[in-house]
Design a protein. Structure first.
Length: 91
C-alpha cells in the first residue's frame, strides 16, 4: 500500500509540473506540451495534480475538454481508490 501511494503521489506531482511547464512555455511562446499528453497524465492517475495545476496556474481552464475530462478522471480515480481500499486489494 505504501508503494502504491508513493507512486500515486509521484504521478500527481508529475502531472502538476507538466501543467506548470506548459503554462510557462505558453507565456513565452515556446514549444508546448501536447494537449493529449496533459490529458493522458491526468487519466493515468495524475488527475488531482492536473486539476490543481489547472487551477493554480490558470491553465487550460477555458477548454471544455479539460474542464470536463480532468474532474471526471478524478471522480473515477476516487471511486477506484475507494473500491481498492474497501476490497483490500492492496493489503
Amino acid at each position: 500500500m505504501k508503494w502504491f501511494l508513493l507512486i500515486l503521489a509521484a504521478v500527481n506531482l508529475f502531472a502538476f509540473l507538466l501543467y506548470g511547464v506548459d503554462k510557462a512555455k505558453a507565456k513565452k511562446g515556446a514549444w508546448r506540451i501536447p494537449e493529449a499528453t496533459l490529458l493522458l497524465a491526468a487519466a493515468l492517475g495524475g488527475s488531482l495534480g492536473a486539476l490543481l495545476g489547472m487551477e493554480l496556474f490558470r491553465h487550460k481552464t477555458k477548454h471544455l475538454k479539460f474542464r470536463v475530462l480532468v474532474p471526471l478522471c478524478l471522480i473515477v480515480h476516487i471511486a477506484l481508490g475507494v473500491y481498492i481500499f474497501k476490497s483490500g486489494l492492496l493489503s
